[in-house]
Structure formats: structure tokens, C-alpha cells
Design a binder for this molecule. Structure first.
Ligand code: CAA
Length: 388
């Protein structure tokens, strides 16, 4: 039987910062952002929100009724974790009321680890098809102010329920992998923001795409022409356009520029207004495609390219299950994005500086998120989460 994504739900903060405002402050042409990197807005987490609350909010719709007790493993992918030891998954396990007998763990490899989690989840379910595995990816993308990376910040979380006979996307077992030790983007333990060699990172991304694709075609009989759509890791939407043109060229595809664009355009919609969400971004792109495609995608094959700086890359494929539309959360997602509040430059700078009581002092955090879960307090080095 098939294994894959039974349901997919995402969450982002209720605040956003428009890149037009950033351009104005920096005296830059807004088209550099709107056109050049293909980004319009970026989600800014409230101070009472972090990767844990965003993750719980994303997963909440998937764990209604009996499902909460049926999940045997929770895998939490992030590169902006809140603790060097304790897995963010353990906090989320409590907030969601999962079974005491559920396994909970955190995975890290830059923006890639959600894909490792998804593949491991598929392997677990293939071995014991009655099990359900919850995969969550959640990140807050932060670069130094006044650096080229600043416009590519954002935040978001995605949750996927992995089961046998999935109702949304069955995942093929064949994968193409590529790993290489490079320093394109990294964040040492003592830093809040990432270090990045921006131009180099985009080159490595494209090289890793070619290498992962070559590995994929050596193990799969599928070719470029077998895919109707492609989802790429989305640090910014222009990156996916460059990647897709690159892959088309590698494959000597004869599709026109318009046809190539149509294969990825729907994956970019949410990302343009949420920004980079690191581990979550490709999967928010997948939700964007499934929820916004004008055509019925039943039985079509989607190619997915996951990239994590440093670097690890993977190309894999999924086949859309007939009737998938009935299992999406499109209306809730659109309503959430619609209800967001714009912040001005001063508010953006305030949100940028998240509470960080390093001496163990008690910080009560005023309510600001409209999400169901919030970070109410940090006291004696402990983060206290509540249902809002
Ligand atoms: N109108 C239209 N387009 C304009 C423009 C204008 N007025 N001004 C500039 N542009 C275009 C440029 O021509 C350029 O397009 P091309 O790339 O097609 O040439 C584009 O806008 C960007 O301009 P710059 O190259 O000058 O931008 P920059 O150097 O200031 O920043 C960046 C770009 C290096 C990607 C930067 O955003 C960055 O460092 N981002 C963070 C790193 C990143 O996201 N890397 C991606 C690969 S790594 C990864 O994927 C992992 C991850 O999540 C981080």
C-alpha cells in the first residue's frame, strides 16, 4: 500500500512587514524585492510566539478527535530551536495532548531536516502501517539588520500527518541525495542570526539541485517530463524560478518559459507574503500548490527539491491522490493570511528583538498573537506555554 501525506496544515504569525516599507527606509527600489527576489511581505513573529507555538498552531487541526492518541511519533524539524538539549517536540506533545506513549524528537540540518523527518516517517509507517506519524517543521528566519539577507526573513510552521493510504500525496520510495561540506549559511551556537555568503549560497543551491537530480535519475525511471509541477525550497521565490530554469536546462527541456513558470507559479503564492520559513518553506509551497492550482491535480506527479545549507539536498517525488481537495485546509489558511496586521518600521524593529532573558530573570510576555497557543512567560530559564 502507499505511504505519504494524509493531511497538511500550516501557520504563520499574525504580523507582517511589507518589503516596500523596508525599501523606503533603505532608499532602495521596491522592485528589487518585489521583482528581483520575488518577495512582497515577511511574517514577523510576535514576542509571545516562537517555533513551539507556531508548530502547535500548525498541527492543531490535524490532531482533532481520536487522532491525538493515535500518533506514535512526533518529529520536529527546525534550525531555530529554543534549547540545545530538550526537543521542541516535547513541548508540542503536551500542548497537543498527544499520547504518553508517543515518541518525540527534534531534527536539524538547516532548511533540509523536515525532508529527513518526512522520509523517516514514511519508513516507520511502511514498517507498521497502522501507525500515524506527525511531522512538523517550524522556523523563524532572522538575518542581521541592514544586510542583503534582511529582506528574506519570515516565519512559519507546517504540520503533516504521515499515514498508509494517504489522502493527499503518496510519496515514492526513490530519492536522490547530495551532501557536501560547504560554508554557505550557518549559525554558531552563540549567535541569534545566521551568517551567510549570499551569492555563494545561491550557487551551491543550484549545484546541489543538479547533483541530487542526477542521483535521482540513476535510481528512478521517471524523467523531467513525467512531472506536472515542481516544489523547490523557497528562501525567496526568485530562487525557485532560477532553480527550475536550471533543471530544465540540465534536462534539455523544450518547454517554453511560460510553461516552465506554470509548473511552479502556484507553489510561490504563500511564500511571497510569508517569507522564508526555512524547514517549513518547501512544504508551505506544496500546500500553496495543492490549494491554489486551478486544475484538478489528481494522479499528477510533483517533483520536490529540498535544500539545507551546509549542505544536504534531496530530490523526491509524490503523486497526488484523487479527492485530495476535500482534505486540505485552504479556507482556514486564506482567512489566516487575510487577517494579518501590517507593522511599520519601528514595530518591525521591536518584533525583531525577541525576549531573551539570559540571566534567568522572569519576563512576562504581553499577549499579542492571535494564535491558539502562546509563550506567556520565561522564568528561571524555563519557557511557559499556555493555550491563549
Ligand atoms: N528591479 C528589479 N530587479 C532588481 C532591482 C530592481 N530595481 N534591483 C536588483 N534587482 C535584481 C537583481 O538583478 C538580482 O537579480 P538576479 O539574481 O536575477 O541577478 C536580484 O534583484 C537580487 O539583487 P542582488 O543580487 O543585488 O541582491 P543582494 O545581493 O542584495 O541579495 C541575496 C540577494 C544574496 C540572495 C540575499 O537576499 C541573501 O543573502 N539572502 C539570504 C541567503 C539566501 O536566501 N540564499 C539562498 C540559497 S541558500 C538556502 O536556500 C537556504 C536558506 O533558506 C537560507
Amino acid at each position: 500500500s502507499s505511504v505519504g501525506i494524509d493531511q497538511i496544515s500550516f501557520y504563520t504569525s499574525n504580523f507582517f512587514f511589507d518589503l516596500r516599507t523596508l525599501a523606503q527606509v533603505q532608499d532602495t527600489d521596491p522592485d528589487k524585492y518585489y521583482q528581483g527576489i520575488g518577495q512582497e511581505k515577511m511574517g514577523m513573529a510576535a514576542h509571545d510566539e516562537d517555533v513551539v507555538t507556531m508548530a502547535a498552531n500548525a498541527a492543531y487541526p490535524l490532531v482533532q478527535g481520536d487522532v491525538a492518541q493515535e500518533i506514535s511519533t512526533l518529529m520536529f524539524a527546525t534550525e531555530t530551536g529554543i534549547d540545545q538539549s530538550k526537543a521542541a517536540a516535547v513541548y508540542v506533545h503536551r500542548l497537543l495532548g498527544l499520547s504518553d506513549n508517543c515518541r518525540a524528537v527534534e531534527l536539524k540540518q538547516a532548511c533540509y531536516s523536515a525532508t529527513a523527518a518526512l522520509q523517516m516517517a514514511c519508513a516507520l509507517v511502511a514498517r507498521q502501517p497502522e501507525k500515524k506519524v506527525l511531522v512538523i517543521a517550524s522556523d523563524i528566519a532572522r538575518y542581521e539588520l541592514n544586510t542583503p539577507g534582511e529582506a528574506t526573513q519570515g516565519c512559519g510552521a507546517v504540520a503533516m500527518l504521515v499515514t498508509a493510504n494517504p489522502r493527499v500525496l503518496s510519496i515514492d520510495p526513490e530519492v536522490g541525495n547530495y551532501t557536501e561540506d560547504v560554508m554557505d549559511f550557518w549559525r554558531p551556537n552563540y549567535r541569534k542570526t545566521a551568517l551567510v555568503d549570499g551569492k555563494y549560497s545561491t550557487k551551491i543551491y543550484l549545484r546541489a539541485l543538479k547533483k541530487a537530480w542526477e542521483n535521482y535519475t540513476s535510481v528512478s525511471s521517471l524523467t523531467f517530463a513525467d512531472f506536472s509541477h515542481f516544489c523547490y525550497h523557497l528562501p525567496f521565490s526568485r530562487m525557485a524560478q532560477k532553480a527550475h530554469q536550471h533543471l530544465a536546462k540540465v534536462n534539455k527541456s523544450e518547454l517554453s518559459a511560460e510553461q516552465l513558470e506554470a509548473q511552479i507559479a502556484d507553489t510561490l503564492r504563500y511564500n511571497k507574503t510569508i517569507g522564508n520559513s526555512y524547514t517549513a518553506s518547501m512544504y508551505i509551497g506544496l500546500a500553496s500548490l495543492l490549494e491554489n492550482s486551478a486544475q484538478d491535480m489528481a494522479d499528477q506527479r510533483i517533483g520536490l527539491f529540498s535544500y539545507g545549507s551546509g549542505c544536504v539536498a534531496e530530490f523526491f517525488a509524490g503523486q497526488v491522490v484523487a479527492g485530495y481537495q476535500q482534505h486540505l485546509f485552504k479556507d482556514a489558511h486564506l482567512a489566516m493570511l487575510d487577517a494579518r496586521e501590517e507593522v511599520d518600521y519601528d514595530q518591525y524593529l521591536k518584533l525583531y528583538a525577541a525576549p531573551d532573558p539570559q540571566e534567568g530573570e522572569c519576563v512576562e510576555i504581553p499577549a499579542a498573537t492571535t494564535g491558539r497557543f502562546r509563550l506567556a512567560k520565561i522564568d528561571n530559564h524555563k519557557r511557559e506555554y499556555v493555550v491563549a
